[in-house]
Design a protein. Structure first.
Length: 139
């Protein structure tokens, strides 16, 4: 097979990356910097604070009380919740198994679930701060 004899009139353009100045390289490296995730130890102290507490969600007609209390993470994007990602551990509220299921899979509208979780978190936050020895600024 014979190669064609077509010649380019202009040479191929070079990419800008090898010729980029130092400030461009630094800016690009800062874009790639990742946010440091909290360690398991840092997150587990918030989860441990929920042990032995009563249900703070208290969904009317659903709540079964103190027997099966678990940490219920927020389902709101403003607290770090995303597709396949749980909210940050600091946004947990102790809730019974029934209230937790209602918040996560219940038939109620999202706004009602968010409102109920926010009310429970408002009740839980000062108790958690006292239990963990946190100040208002650190909480």
């Amino acid at each position: 097979m014979k190669r064609s004899s077509i010649q380019r009139k202009t040479p191929l353009a070079r990419s800008a990356w090898p010729l980029a100045d130092r400030s461009t390289a630094q800016r690009r490296s800062t874009l790639k910097a990742r946010v440091k995730k909290p360690t398991v130890e840092q997150g587990s102290k918030y989860l441990a604070a929920c042990r032995g507490e009563s249900c703070y969600l208290r969904v009317l007609g659903v709540c079964i009380g103190r027997n099966t209390v678990v940490p219920c993470h927020s389902n709101q994007a403003r607290h770090g919740k995303g597709m396949g990602i749980k909210a940050k551990h600091e946004f947990t509220v102790p809730g019974c198994q029934a209230c937790h299921a209602w918040i996560d899979q219940g038939p109620a509208p999202r706004e009602a679930k968010f409102r109920q979780w926010d009310v429970g978190y408002a009740r839980w936050e000062p108790v958690r701060a006292a239990k963990m020895g946190l100040t208002e600024e650190a909480a």
